[in-house]
Design a protein around this ligand. Structure first.
Ligand code: FAD
Length: 300
Protein backbone atom coordinates (compact mmCIF):
# COMPACT_ATOMS: atom_id res chain seq x y z
CA UNK A 1 0.00 0.00 0.00
CA UNK A 2 2.64 2.50 0.95
CA UNK A 3 4.62 1.97 -2.23
CA UNK A 4 1.59 2.77 -4.38
CA UNK A 5 0.65 5.78 -2.23
CA UNK A 6 4.22 6.98 -2.30
CA UNK A 7 4.65 6.64 -6.03
CA UNK A 8 1.38 8.47 -6.72
CA UNK A 9 1.56 10.97 -3.94
CA UNK A 10 5.07 12.39 -4.13
CA UNK A 11 6.16 10.49 -1.04
CA UNK A 12 3.47 12.02 1.18
CA UNK A 13 1.81 9.52 3.52
CA UNK A 14 -1.30 10.35 5.48
CA UNK A 15 -3.37 8.99 8.33
CA UNK A 16 -6.74 10.22 9.58
CA UNK A 17 -8.13 10.59 13.08
CA UNK A 18 -11.83 10.23 13.88
CA UNK A 19 -13.81 10.36 17.10
CA UNK A 20 -16.66 8.04 18.12
CA UNK A 21 -20.14 9.43 17.33
CA UNK A 22 -22.53 10.40 20.11
CA UNK A 23 -25.82 10.46 18.18
CA UNK A 24 -27.43 8.77 15.19
CA UNK A 25 -26.85 11.85 13.10
CA UNK A 26 -23.19 11.97 14.13
CA UNK A 27 -22.91 8.26 13.33
CA UNK A 28 -24.19 8.86 9.80
CA UNK A 29 -21.78 11.73 9.38
CA UNK A 30 -18.85 9.61 10.55
CA UNK A 31 -19.55 6.83 8.07
CA UNK A 32 -20.08 9.24 5.18
CA UNK A 33 -16.76 10.85 6.10
CA UNK A 34 -14.99 7.49 6.39
CA UNK A 35 -16.28 6.43 2.97
CA UNK A 36 -15.23 9.67 1.30
CA UNK A 37 -11.81 9.82 2.92
CA UNK A 38 -11.06 6.13 2.23
CA UNK A 39 -10.47 7.17 -1.37
CA UNK A 40 -7.31 8.94 -0.25
CA UNK A 41 -5.77 5.59 0.67
CA UNK A 42 -4.53 6.48 4.17
CA UNK A 43 -1.75 4.43 5.77
CA UNK A 44 -4.08 3.97 8.73
CA UNK A 45 -6.96 5.63 10.51
CA UNK A 46 -7.53 5.96 14.25
CA UNK A 47 -10.51 6.40 16.55
CA UNK A 48 -10.18 8.34 19.80
CA UNK A 49 -11.09 6.93 23.20
CA UNK A 50 -12.63 8.99 26.02
CA UNK A 51 -10.26 9.20 28.97
CA UNK A 52 -11.38 6.89 31.76
CA UNK A 53 -13.31 4.74 29.30
CA UNK A 54 -16.13 7.25 28.77
CA UNK A 55 -16.45 6.29 25.09
CA UNK A 56 -15.44 2.64 25.32
CA UNK A 57 -18.61 1.23 23.70
CA UNK A 58 -18.81 3.71 20.79
CA UNK A 59 -15.06 3.51 20.19
CA UNK A 60 -15.20 -0.30 20.13
CA UNK A 61 -18.21 -0.25 17.85
CA UNK A 62 -16.64 2.23 15.39
CA UNK A 63 -13.33 0.37 15.35
CA UNK A 64 -15.07 -2.98 14.85
CA UNK A 65 -16.97 -1.66 11.83
CA UNK A 66 -13.86 -0.06 10.33
CA UNK A 67 -11.87 -3.27 10.68
CA UNK A 68 -14.54 -5.62 9.37
CA UNK A 69 -16.49 -3.51 6.88
CA UNK A 70 -13.91 -1.20 5.32
CA UNK A 71 -10.47 -1.78 3.80
CA UNK A 72 -8.93 0.66 6.28
CA UNK A 73 -6.05 -0.26 8.56
CA UNK A 74 -7.49 0.86 11.89
CA UNK A 75 -5.98 1.83 15.23
CA UNK A 76 -7.84 2.35 18.45
CA UNK A 77 -6.77 5.00 20.93
CA UNK A 78 -6.55 3.72 24.49
CA UNK A 79 -6.04 5.61 27.76
CA UNK A 80 -4.97 4.31 31.16
CA UNK A 81 -6.05 7.22 33.41
CA UNK A 82 -8.31 6.30 36.33
CA UNK A 83 -8.02 2.55 35.72
CA UNK A 84 -6.31 -0.29 37.53
CA UNK A 85 -3.93 -2.44 35.54
CA UNK A 86 -6.56 -5.19 35.55
CA UNK A 87 -9.18 -2.79 34.15
CA UNK A 88 -6.81 -1.69 31.42
CA UNK A 89 -6.04 -5.30 30.51
CA UNK A 90 -9.76 -6.11 30.33
CA UNK A 91 -10.21 -3.24 27.89
CA UNK A 92 -7.21 -4.40 25.86
CA UNK A 93 -8.79 -7.89 25.76
CA UNK A 94 -12.01 -6.42 24.40
CA UNK A 95 -10.12 -4.56 21.67
CA UNK A 96 -8.12 -7.66 20.77
CA UNK A 97 -11.35 -9.70 20.53
CA UNK A 98 -12.63 -7.08 18.08
CA UNK A 99 -9.59 -7.59 15.88
CA UNK A 100 -7.60 -4.49 16.89
CA UNK A 101 -3.85 -4.87 16.42
CA UNK A 102 -2.92 -1.17 16.36
CA UNK A 103 -3.13 1.19 19.29
CA UNK A 104 -2.55 4.85 20.02
CA UNK A 105 -1.48 4.51 23.65
CA UNK A 106 -2.17 7.49 25.89
CA UNK A 107 -2.29 8.40 29.53
CA UNK A 108 -5.40 10.59 29.14
CA UNK A 109 -6.41 13.84 30.77
CA UNK A 110 -7.07 13.98 34.52
CA UNK A 111 -10.73 13.28 35.43
CA UNK A 112 -11.08 16.91 36.60
CA UNK A 113 -10.20 18.08 33.09
CA UNK A 114 -7.10 19.58 31.55
CA UNK A 115 -5.23 21.71 34.07
CA UNK A 116 -6.45 19.83 37.16
CA UNK A 117 -3.94 17.82 39.14
CA UNK A 118 -3.16 14.40 37.70
CA UNK A 119 -3.08 11.48 40.12
CA UNK A 120 -2.12 8.11 38.72
CA UNK A 121 -4.47 5.34 39.87
CA UNK A 122 -2.60 3.56 42.71
CA UNK A 123 -3.09 0.23 40.99
CA UNK A 124 -2.79 1.51 37.44
CA UNK A 125 -0.27 2.58 34.83
CA UNK A 126 1.13 5.99 35.76
CA UNK A 127 1.75 7.30 32.28
CA UNK A 128 1.69 6.41 28.60
CA UNK A 129 5.22 4.95 28.73
CA UNK A 130 4.06 2.29 31.20
CA UNK A 131 0.99 1.59 29.04
CA UNK A 132 3.20 1.13 25.97
CA UNK A 133 5.35 -1.34 27.91
CA UNK A 134 2.25 -3.29 28.96
CA UNK A 135 0.93 -3.43 25.39
CA UNK A 136 4.32 -4.50 24.05
CA UNK A 137 4.36 -7.38 26.54
CA UNK A 138 0.94 -8.49 25.31
CA UNK A 139 1.80 -8.82 21.64
CA UNK A 140 3.41 -7.59 18.46
CA UNK A 141 1.11 -4.60 18.01
CA UNK A 142 1.68 -1.39 16.11
CA UNK A 143 1.83 1.32 18.79
CA UNK A 144 1.62 5.08 18.31
CA UNK A 145 2.02 7.62 21.11
CA UNK A 146 1.54 11.35 21.57
CA UNK A 147 4.11 14.12 21.25
CA UNK A 148 3.85 17.83 21.99
CA UNK A 149 5.95 20.19 19.84
CA UNK A 150 4.81 23.14 21.96
CA UNK A 151 4.99 21.25 25.30
CA UNK A 152 2.29 19.33 27.14
CA UNK A 153 0.41 21.80 29.37
CA UNK A 154 1.29 19.80 32.53
CA UNK A 155 4.96 19.45 31.68
CA UNK A 156 7.59 21.47 33.47
CA UNK A 157 9.48 21.98 30.23
CA UNK A 158 10.14 20.52 26.81
CA UNK A 159 13.04 18.47 28.19
CA UNK A 160 10.59 16.59 30.47
CA UNK A 161 8.34 15.95 27.47
CA UNK A 162 11.21 14.62 25.40
CA UNK A 163 12.28 12.45 28.30
CA UNK A 164 8.78 10.94 28.40
CA UNK A 165 8.81 10.42 24.63
CA UNK A 166 12.14 8.64 24.97
CA UNK A 167 10.67 6.31 27.59
CA UNK A 168 7.71 5.60 25.32
CA UNK A 169 10.07 4.81 22.41
CA UNK A 170 12.28 2.61 24.62
CA UNK A 171 9.19 0.72 25.80
CA UNK A 172 8.28 -0.11 22.21
CA UNK A 173 6.35 2.75 20.56
CA UNK A 174 6.57 2.68 16.77
CA UNK A 175 5.82 6.34 16.09
CA UNK A 176 4.71 9.56 17.74
CA UNK A 177 1.72 11.55 16.50
CA UNK A 178 1.90 15.18 17.53
CA UNK A 179 -0.64 17.49 19.03
CA UNK A 180 -1.76 19.93 16.34
CA UNK A 181 0.36 23.04 15.86
CA UNK A 182 0.63 25.90 13.37
CA UNK A 183 4.21 27.00 14.01
CA UNK A 184 6.45 24.87 11.81
CA UNK A 185 9.58 26.46 13.26
CA UNK A 186 8.52 25.24 16.71
CA UNK A 187 7.97 21.75 15.27
CA UNK A 188 11.39 21.74 13.62
CA UNK A 189 13.13 22.85 16.82
CA UNK A 190 11.28 20.12 18.74
CA UNK A 191 12.10 17.51 16.09
CA UNK A 192 15.79 18.44 16.23
CA UNK A 193 15.78 18.04 20.03
CA UNK A 194 14.01 14.67 19.77
CA UNK A 195 16.66 13.41 17.37
CA UNK A 196 19.46 14.90 19.49
CA UNK A 197 18.06 12.89 22.42
CA UNK A 198 18.61 9.72 20.39
CA UNK A 199 14.90 9.07 19.73
CA UNK A 200 14.65 7.43 16.34
CA UNK A 201 10.93 6.75 15.85
CA UNK A 202 9.06 8.90 13.30
CA UNK A 203 7.47 12.03 14.75
CA UNK A 204 4.40 12.58 12.61
CA UNK A 205 2.95 16.10 12.60
CA UNK A 206 -0.71 16.30 13.62
CA UNK A 207 -2.43 18.63 11.17
CA UNK A 208 -5.66 20.36 12.13
CA UNK A 209 -7.51 21.86 9.16
CA UNK A 210 -9.37 24.77 10.73
CA UNK A 211 -13.12 24.17 10.49
CA UNK A 212 -13.81 27.07 12.88
CA UNK A 213 -11.06 29.32 14.26
CA UNK A 214 -13.16 30.67 17.14
CA UNK A 215 -13.97 27.16 18.41
CA UNK A 216 -10.38 26.04 17.90
CA UNK A 217 -9.08 28.94 20.00
CA UNK A 218 -11.34 27.81 22.86
CA UNK A 219 -9.57 24.49 23.32
CA UNK A 220 -6.13 25.08 21.77
CA UNK A 221 -4.60 26.43 25.00
CA UNK A 222 -5.73 23.41 26.98
CA UNK A 223 -4.07 21.15 24.38
CA UNK A 224 -0.77 23.02 24.49
CA UNK A 225 -1.14 24.50 21.00
CA UNK A 226 -0.65 28.19 20.25
CA UNK A 227 -2.68 30.11 17.68
CA UNK A 228 -0.35 32.52 15.87
CA UNK A 229 -1.70 35.99 15.10
CA UNK A 230 -1.22 35.51 11.36
CA UNK A 231 -4.11 33.00 11.51
CA UNK A 232 -6.39 35.78 12.78
CA UNK A 233 -5.32 37.86 9.83
CA UNK A 234 -5.98 35.05 7.33
CA UNK A 235 -9.50 34.46 8.73
CA UNK A 236 -10.26 38.14 9.39
CA UNK A 237 -13.81 39.16 8.38
CA UNK A 238 -14.70 35.68 7.12
CA UNK A 239 -17.16 34.69 9.88
CA UNK A 240 -20.14 35.01 7.56
CA UNK A 241 -18.42 33.98 4.35
CA UNK A 242 -18.47 30.20 4.59
CA UNK A 243 -17.13 29.58 1.11
CA UNK A 244 -14.13 31.88 1.42
CA UNK A 245 -13.46 30.61 4.96
CA UNK A 246 -13.28 27.02 3.70
CA UNK A 247 -10.93 28.08 0.92
CA UNK A 248 -8.60 29.88 3.36
CA UNK A 249 -8.72 26.90 5.76
CA UNK A 250 -7.69 24.50 2.98
CA UNK A 251 -4.94 26.88 1.82
CA UNK A 252 -3.56 27.24 5.36
CA UNK A 253 -3.35 23.49 6.02
CA UNK A 254 -1.95 22.71 2.56
CA UNK A 255 0.69 25.46 2.92
CA UNK A 256 1.67 24.11 6.34
CA UNK A 257 2.13 20.60 4.95
CA UNK A 258 4.04 21.84 1.90
CA UNK A 259 6.41 23.76 4.15
CA UNK A 260 6.96 20.67 6.33
CA UNK A 261 7.65 18.58 3.22
CA UNK A 262 10.33 21.12 2.27
CA UNK A 263 11.77 20.53 5.76
CA UNK A 264 11.99 16.78 5.08
CA UNK A 265 8.77 15.51 6.71
CA UNK A 266 6.59 13.18 4.67
CA UNK A 267 4.03 11.63 7.04
CA UNK A 268 1.04 13.55 8.36
CA UNK A 269 -1.73 12.64 10.80
CA UNK A 270 -4.84 14.66 9.95
CA UNK A 271 -7.46 15.55 12.54
CA UNK A 272 -10.61 15.17 10.44
CA UNK A 273 -13.19 16.24 13.07
CA UNK A 274 -15.33 13.61 11.31
CA UNK A 275 -15.81 15.86 8.27
CA UNK A 276 -14.47 15.19 4.81
CA UNK A 277 -14.86 18.28 2.54
CA UNK A 278 -12.11 20.41 4.10
CA UNK A 279 -9.72 17.46 4.44
CA UNK A 280 -10.28 16.50 0.79
CA UNK A 281 -9.75 20.12 -0.28
CA UNK A 282 -6.39 20.12 1.54
CA UNK A 283 -5.28 16.87 -0.11
CA UNK A 284 -6.38 18.12 -3.53
CA UNK A 285 -4.26 21.25 -3.08
CA UNK A 286 -1.28 19.01 -2.29
CA UNK A 287 -1.83 17.22 -5.60
CA UNK A 288 -2.49 13.87 -3.94
CA UNK A 289 -4.48 11.39 -6.01
CA UNK A 290 -7.53 9.48 -4.93
CA UNK A 291 -7.14 5.70 -4.95
CA UNK A 292 -9.70 5.16 -7.73
CA UNK A 293 -7.96 7.68 -9.93
CA UNK A 294 -4.51 6.27 -9.24
CA UNK A 295 -5.65 2.69 -9.88
CA UNK A 296 -7.21 3.72 -13.18
CA UNK A 297 -3.98 5.54 -13.98
CA UNK A 298 -1.92 2.46 -13.17
CA UNK A 299 -4.14 0.32 -15.42
CA UNK A 300 -3.86 2.73 -18.37
P1 FAD B 1 2.12 11.07 28.68
O1 FAD B 1 2.86 10.83 27.43
O2 FAD B 1 2.17 10.05 29.75
O3 FAD B 1 2.59 12.44 29.28
C1 FAD B 1 2.52 13.65 28.52
C2 FAD B 1 3.46 14.69 29.08
O4 FAD B 1 2.99 15.16 30.32
C3 FAD B 1 4.80 14.08 29.30
O5 FAD B 1 5.62 14.50 28.29
C4 FAD B 1 5.24 14.51 30.67
O6 FAD B 1 6.30 15.41 30.57
C5 FAD B 1 4.04 15.17 31.26
N1 FAD B 1 3.55 14.47 32.41
C6 FAD B 1 2.99 13.26 32.46
N2 FAD B 1 2.61 12.94 33.70
C7 FAD B 1 2.95 13.99 34.45
C8 FAD B 1 2.84 14.30 35.80
N3 FAD B 1 2.27 13.45 36.67
N4 FAD B 1 3.31 15.49 36.23
C9 FAD B 1 3.87 16.37 35.37
N5 FAD B 1 4.02 16.14 34.05
C10 FAD B 1 3.57 14.98 33.62
N6 FAD B 1 -6.95 11.94 25.09
C11 FAD B 1 -7.98 11.10 25.28
O7 FAD B 1 -8.61 11.13 26.34
N7 FAD B 1 -8.39 10.21 24.31
C12 FAD B 1 -7.74 10.14 23.11
O8 FAD B 1 -8.11 9.33 22.25
C13 FAD B 1 -6.63 11.02 22.88
N8 FAD B 1 -5.94 10.97 21.72
C14 FAD B 1 -4.83 11.77 21.56
C15 FAD B 1 -4.09 11.66 20.37
C16 FAD B 1 -2.96 12.44 20.17
C17 FAD B 1 -2.17 12.28 18.88
C18 FAD B 1 -2.56 13.39 21.17
C19 FAD B 1 -1.35 14.26 20.94
C20 FAD B 1 -3.28 13.50 22.35
C21 FAD B 1 -4.42 12.70 22.57
N9 FAD B 1 -5.15 12.76 23.75
C22 FAD B 1 -6.25 11.92 23.93
C23 FAD B 1 -4.80 13.74 24.80
C24 FAD B 1 -3.96 13.12 25.93
O9 FAD B 1 -4.67 12.10 26.59
C25 FAD B 1 -3.61 14.23 26.91
O10 FAD B 1 -2.77 15.19 26.33
C26 FAD B 1 -3.08 13.76 28.26
O11 FAD B 1 -3.08 14.87 29.17
C27 FAD B 1 -1.68 13.19 28.24
O12 FAD B 1 -1.66 11.93 27.70
P2 FAD B 1 -0.27 11.40 27.07
O13 FAD B 1 -0.45 10.05 26.59
O14 FAD B 1 0.24 12.41 26.13
O15 FAD B 1 0.60 11.40 28.41
Amino acid sequence: MSSRSESHNAGIRISFEFFPPKSEEAEQQLWNTVEELSDWDPEFVSVTYGAGGSTKAPTLSAVRKMIHETPLTTASHLTCVGATREDTHRVIDEFLATGVRRFVALRGDPPGGVGSAYQPHPGGYANAAELVGALRERGDFDISVSAYPEKHPESRDTAADIDMLKRKAENGADRALTQFFFDNDAFERYHDRVRAAGIKIPVVPGIMPIQNLTQLKRFAGACGASIPSWLDERFDDLDDNIEERAKVAADVAAEQIQDLVRRGIHEFHIYTMNRSPLVSAVLERLGLQRKVASQAGAAA
